[in-house]
Design a protein around this ligand. Structure first.
Ligand SMILES: Cc1cc2nc3c(=O)[nH]c(=O)nc-3n(C[C@H](O)[C@H](O)[C@H](O)COP(=O)(O)OP(=O)(O)OC[C@H]3O[C@@H](n4cnc5c(N)ncnc54)[C@H](O)[C@@H]3O)c2cc1C
Length: 384
C-alpha cells in the first residue's frame, strides 16, 4: 500500500530502499540474526550500507554526506526498519555518534572525522551510558584529568552500540575539577590500540542482533586537548540535543516495524484458512487489523510532524518525545497483534518473520530514553 508522505521527496527514498532491501537486506537478515554468540560485527554488510550512502544520508554535503533533510532521513529510517530494523540501527548508530560532531565540534574535527565515518573507514560510537548513569545520564563517573597538553580519561561505559568494535568514540564524562551535577563534557576519543581502552561484546541480546553492543573500560586514555568536543561542561546539552534528534529516528523505527507487522498480518489473514474460510473473514481478526492500521498512521503522523518541525528550525523536543513514545509503544502493540494473528506460525521463527519483529521491537522503548523518560520530558514541558 502507498504510504502517507508529507512531501514528494519521500516516495523515491521508499522505492530505493525497497530495491536495496530486496537485493541486499532480505537475503541476509535472518542469517545475521542467528549468528552464534558472541556475535561478530558484520563489517562487510556495514560497508554495503555505507557504500549505499545510508551512513552519510543526513550529514552535511561539505563533509561528504548527502545533506538530506530530517523528513528524508526519517523516511530512510522508517523504510530500512520495515525491511530489517537492525539494518537501520547499523546506520543510525553512526549517525548518532556523528551528530554531536556535526552540531557542536570545531571545523577541524568535522573535517577529520565525518567523511571517514561516512565512507566506513572509521567506525564511530556514542558513549554516554554507564553502569550508574542510564536514564540519569548526568550522573557520570567517567573522569578526565588534565595532563600537560592532554586529557587522561578513565571510566566505564555500558550498552554502547558498536562499542565492542568501534575505533572512534564520542565519550561523555566530567572534568576532574567539576563538582556540579550535570556539568559534563564530551571528547572525541580514538582507540590507538595501546590497550588503554578495553572492549567486550555483550552477549544474548534479545533482538537487533546484526548490530553489536559493547561494554568499555577507559584506563587513563590519553586524549589530546584539541579532541574536546565543543566547550567544557556543555556536554549534557550536547548529549540531550543529539538524543532529541535521534528520537525521531527511533520513532521511525517503530513506524517501520509496526507497518511490517500489519502488512504481514493482512497477507497472512487472507491466506490462512480456518473453519472453511480465510481468517480475514473473522471479525476478531478484522478488528485487530483495524486497530493496527489506526495506530500505525497516527504514529507516522506524529513522527513526520517532528521531522517537519526540525527541518523548519522550530523547537521539536516535545514532538520528538511524543513520537518516540507513541510509535515505539504502538510498535509493541502491532508486533503482538501480528503474533496473535499468525499464532503458532508467528511464534516459531522458521515459519515467519513475526518472531524476529517481536524481539527487534522491544529495545525501541528503552534506548534513546525509556518510555518513562519520554513521559517525563512531555509532562515537564507542559507543566513548566
Ligand atoms: C541494546 C542497547 C543499546 C544501547 N545503545 C546505547 C548507545 O549506543 N550509547 C549509549 O550511551 N547508551 C546506549 N544504551 C543505553 C540506553 O540508553 C539505556 O539503557 C537507557 O537510557 C536506560 O538506562 P538503564 O538501562 O540504565 O535503565 P535505568 O535508568 O536504570 O532505568 C530503570 C527503570 O527505571 C525507570 N526510570 C529511571 N528514571 C526514571 C524517572 N526519573 N522517572 C520514571 N522512571 C524512571 C526507567 O524508565 C526504567 O524503567 C543502549 C541500551 C541498550 C540495551
Amino acid at each position: 500500500m502507498i504510504r502517507y508522505n508529507v512531501d514528494e521527496r519521500q516516495q523515491p527514498i521508499r522505492d530505493a530502499v525497497r530495491e536495496f532491501a530486496e537485493k541486499e537486506i532480505v537475503p541476509v537478515a535472518q542469517e545475521l540474526d542467528r549468528r552464534p554468540e558472541p556475535q561478530a560485527f558484520p563489517h562487510d554488510y556495514y560497508k554495503k550500507l555505507a557504500d549505499q550512502g545510508y551512513i552519510g544520508f543526513p550529514m552535511p554535503k561539505e563533509y561528504g554526506g548527502q545533506g538530506r533533510s530530517s523528513i528524508e532521513y526519517t523516511t530512510l529510517c522508517e523504510e530500512l526498519s520495515y525491511w530489517d530494523a537492525p539494518s537501520n540501527l547499523l546506520s543510525a548508530v553512526a549517525v548518532l555518534a556523528l551528530e554531536p560532531i556535526a552540531m557542536y565540534a570545531s571545523e577541524e574535527q568535522k573535517k577529520k572525522y565525518i567523511p571517514k565515518a561516512i565512507s566506513g573507514e572509521i567506525l564511530p560510537a556514542f558513549a554516554l551510558t554507564e553502569p550508574n548513569a542510564g536514564s540519569d545520564a548526568a550522573n557520570q563517573s567517567t573522569v578526565a584529568k588534565v595532563d600537560g597538553d592532554d586529557y587522561l580519561i578513565t571510566g566505564e561505559k555500558i550498552f554502547i552500540m558498536h562499542g565492542d568494535v568501534a575505533d572512534t568514540f564520542v565519550v561523555f564524562g566530567k572534568m576532574e575539577d567539576s563538582e556540579a551535577r550535570g556539568k559534563i563534557s564530551a571528547w572525541i576519543v580514538e582507540d590507538n590500540g595501546n590497550g588503554s581502552i578495553r572492549k567486550e561484546t555483550l552477549k544474548y541480546k534479545m533482538g537487533m542482533k546484526a548490530a553489536t553492543t559493547g561494554r568499555l573500560w577507559f584506563d587513563n586514555v590519553r586524549v589530546p586537548k584539541e579532541n574536546l568536543l565543543g566547550e567544557p561542561n556543555k556536554g549534557f546539552r550536547y548529549a540531550m540535543g543529539t538524543l532529541d534528534s535521534a528520537r525521531i529516528g527511533v520513532a521511525a523505527q517503530g513506524v517501520g516495524i509496526a507497518q511490517r507487522a500489519l502488512d504481514e498480518s493482512i497477507e497472512y489473514a487472507k491466506n490462512r484458512q480456518a473453519f472453511g474460510a480465510p481468517i480475514a473473514k473473522l471479525q476478531a481478526i478484522q478488528w485487530m487489523i483495524a486497530d493496527m492500521q489506526v495506530r500505525v498512521e497516527a504514529a507516522r503522523g506524529l513522527t513526520y510532524r517532528s521531522a517537519v518541525k526540525k527541518d523548519a528550525g522550530e523547537k521539536y523536543s516535545l514532538d520528538a518525545s511524543m513520537a518516540k513514545l507513541y510509535a515505539t509503544e504502538i510498535a509493541r502493540f502491532c508486533v503482538d497483534r501480528a503474533m496473535q494473528i499468525h499464532a503458532g506460525y508467528g511464534y516459531i521463527g522458521e515459519f515467519s518473520v513475526i518472531e524476529k519483529l517481536y524481539r527487534d521491537q522491544r529495545i525501541m522503548e528503552i534506548y534513546e530514553g525509556t518510555s518513562e523518560v519520554q513521559r517525563l520530558v512531555i509532562a515537564n514541558t507542559l507543566l513548566r
